[in-house]
Design a protein around this ligand. Structure first.
Ligand SMILES: [Zn+2]
Length: 385
């Protein structure tokens, strides 16, 4: 059976703009209410670096303008209602300074995977301790053991894997197969083990499997698809929000841009932009409910019927969760609910980690939908997530 795990990156805009109540608390409450109606579970990936800054602000200024107390109350409430909260880190907020109504981040710490080993170990420890001390009073069995890096930046992976394992993490969920970025963050997940089935990750390269690895990678569900598959009203909205909250600072900050998947060796060197392929994530802000249903069915055809529960990891952002998303997601939630023999809702803690080795071997070869031509060159920034 495939179990949908809804992961929600819980944060304000990447450039430091925005009100945490409007971008985090209010949309997440709408999601929790909607999910409760269908028995679905939400996994909130809370950016601990921002949340600690909001606490510092409240302590320094004696005013909770950044809604620290509403945020922590919401995280506790989510655990009380049977949802999950795990760790997300935008490290550039740890040394952020508040000036003229916004947060000026420390761009030297923007690239998570580029931080030195001691720094990585320390901030992961801080995040885990914060969440466990916040949430154990609600559920004494609560464990912070799942991680996602800001901007999916876990490459090179050695220091990241070590920092997570040393802090008792068992799962990372940053990788999406076919994903590539060039810029402040650099990675190439083209050759990741799977677009769906988790694997024991190798320390030197998280995309590869190692039977002795101590950390499991649960990839965000992803396919390699041509540009036309990306055109939804939600994605155009996302592109507009991105333009409104552009990065700027003492020097121009250019976040990483997506790069189209590598061309097959015999493909023509230049191809029309419509023929290029990109990593298509199961993103519930940017895909319609119908698209998500079709993706779930494709995943079932490729990986299902193996007698093992497998995670179908979706990604979204609270800051982008519009009323339109809520409406569109209804069909997907109802579809999963109406097919309990084939699909279910889940959290990371629902899976037997030992069961995945065989499932990956049994999956059909990772295939790609047919496209009108080769794939090469840079993608349009509008398709960035
Ligand atoms: Zn994030």
């Amino acid at each position: 059976m495939l179990k949908a795990i809804f992961t929600l990156d819980y944060e304000i805009h990447g450039n430091g703009d925005g009100c945490p109540y409007a971008l985090m608390v209010e949309p997440t409450e709408r999601m929790l209410r909607q999910f409760d109606q269908h028995g679905a579970k939400l996994t909130i990936l809370a950016d601990i670096a921002e949340i600690l800054k909001f606490r510092q602000y409240a302590e320094e200024f004696g005013r909770d303008d950044y809604h620290y107390f509403k945020i922590t109350a919401q995280l506790r409430d989510a655990i009380r209602r049977g949802h999950d909260v795990q760790l997300h880190i935008h490290a550039s907020y740890f040394n952020a300074k508040y000036a003229a109504g916004r947060w000026r981040q420390d761009w030297s710490e923007y690239n998570f995977a580029g931080l030195n080993p001691e720094r990585l170990r320390e901030i992961v420890r801080q995040g885990k301790e914060f969440l466990e001390s916040l949430l154990r009073p609600v559920n004494p069995h609560y464990r912070c053991s799942v991680f996602r890096a800001a901007n999916w930046s876990v490459s090179p992976s050695k220091n990241v894997v070590r920092a997570l394992v040393e802090n008792g993490f068992t799962i990372d969920t940053s990788v999406f197969k076919y994903g590539r970025r060039d810029g402040l963050v650099n990675f190439d997940y083209t050759n990741a083990c799977s677009g769906l089935v988790p694997w024991r990750a190798a320390e030197e390269n998280l995309c590869e499997a190692d039977p002795n690895g101590k950390l499991f990678e649960f990839p965000i569900y992803s396919e390699n698809r041509w540009v036309g598959a990306f055109l939804t009203p939600q994605r155009i909205y996302r592109a507009c929000v991105g333009r409104l909250h552009r990065f700027s600072g003492s020097r121009e900050i250019i976040p990483s841009t997506p790069v189209a998947a590598k061309a097959p060796q015999n493909a023509p060197q230049k191809s029309h932009w419509l023929a290029r392929k990109n990593a298509w994530k199961a993103d519930f802000n940017q895909c319609s409910g119908r698209q998500l249903i079709r993706a779930l069915e494709r995943a079932e055809a490729q990986y299902g019927s193996q007698g093992v529960d497998l995670p179908f990891v979706l990604i979204g952002h609270s800051k982008l969760f519009t009323g339109f998303n809520e409406w569109s997601l209804r069909s997907f939630l109802a579809f999963v609910e109406k097919n309990p023999k084939r699909f279910g809702f889940g959290k990371f803690s629902d899976f037997d980690l030992q069961s995945f080795g065989n499932a990956r071997k049994a999956a059909r070869p990772e295939r790609e939908p047919a496209t009108p031509g080769g794939a090469t060159g840079k993608a349009e920034p509008a398709f960035q997530n």
